[in-house]
Write a protein that binds this ligand. Sequence first.
Ligand code: UDP
Length: 238
Amino acid sequence: MAHAMKRILVKLSGEALIAPDGYWLNPQTLTQLASDLGQAVAQGFEIAVVIGGGNVIRGAKVGAAGWIDRATADSMGMLATIMNSIALESALEDRGISARTLSAVAMPSVCETYARQPALHHLRKGRVVVLGGGTGNPFFTTDTAAVLRAIELKCDAVLKATQVDGVYSADPKRDPSATRFDVLSHDEAIQRDLKVMDTAAFALARENRLPIIVGSAHGEGAITAILTGRAKATRVTP
Ligand code: UDP
């Protein structure tokens, strides 16, 4: 099937992996995400994934608490993203969906080290490329890693999978009068102070005219439904 957008970088938050009993990893969620990403590949999309580490640790928060240096806490955060990445890779492979984790932090006995050419090669082969370790640098987030890799790998868009079905004028969980946007420009998002992503990530997306799609990852096939236009989402386009 031909799609206007073909190569997509899917950004998943680590927090979405937390189980109902509070354990940091929910196998059901992993299985559902793996099957959803497999459907997207079957529909003809090339899929790269950046997964956060917020289910385990957020460097900024731990650093601010003062008992550990921020850069060290960020290293721990990057390692957390690698745990999530190999867990997702394993869930994909278990379902017969070919996947490779490429890490920005070299860890050769665990997964491949990220480099652009091998990543492109895997994508062209139809493998889901799971990008672990964020940018490999402290003081960044996995949102920035997602935008950076999407630009490097010439992705048509970043799909930021969240808890809600798009970008709202205010937090829809707290403010019942919040309205949802169908389409937005990067400039509008900045002017209206809509927090689509953190500032560094969003600035990089804007500068490189990278479209960002924001939608809900909840429910079976949610990601594929957004990509094929069957589920609503907000499109941030230049
Ligand atoms: N991190 C980092 N550099 C990066 C990406 C992530 O140091 O390029 C660290 C940072 O401490 C961050 C943590 O990894 O808090 C987990 O990533 P993030 O907070 O983006 O995860 P998410 O909120 O998406 O689950």
